[in-house]
Ligand binder design. Structure first.
Ligand code: CMP
Length: 139
């Protein structure tokens, strides 16, 4: 069935010039962009976005990292796109993410206490609905 997912090009990806490459891969795969915005996320939005990680030791550095500069937020649509974008993104840990994936090709471990891995993709259709409502309330 047709789904939507929230994709973020994180501040590391924007700073390193990966926006075009990430969008190219999404479009090359055949998915459709339905919303796209460069923005500076504030801590309140990010605390809600990462609510399921509340209390974990990496949440504070994660929110600091995610608010450290502009990011690109996008809503992407297609059949099974939630699973499909996670496949394009690759594993969370960029050191072991498979070559050919966004994280495998564009990210690495820089020694930061938070994993900097260029992109976020919603992990389930339920998460996608919650995240899209948060980032793009008008959709
Ligand atoms: P993402 O899967 O998009 O959402 C949660 C983020 O938290 C994840 O990407 C990483 O950036 C970060 N993260 C997850 N697990 C850890 C961890 N164990 N240590 C540091 N950062 C993490």
């Amino acid at each position: 069935d047709v789904q939507r997912t929230l994709v973020l090009v994180k501040p590391d990806g924007v700073a390193r010039g990966n926006v075009g490459e990430v969008l190219r891969r999404i479009e090359a795969k055949g998915y459709t962009l339905v919303a796209l915005e460069l923005r500076q996320a504030d801590e309140a939005l990010l605390a809600e976005h990462y609510a399921e990680h509340a209390g974990k030791p990496f949440v504070r550095p994660l929110i600091e990292f995610m608010s450290s500069g502009p990011l690109v937020a996008a809503v992407v649509e297609g059949q099974r796109v939630v699973e499909g974008f996670r496949s394009l993104a690759g594993a969370t840990d960029p050191t072991t993410a498979a070559p050919g994936t966004i994280r495998g090709d564009l990210a690495r471990d820089w020694g930061a206490q938070v994993i900097e891995n260029v992109v976020h993709g919603s992990d389930s259709p339920q998460s996608a609905a919650r995240e899209i409502a948060l980032w793009f309330p008008a959709l």
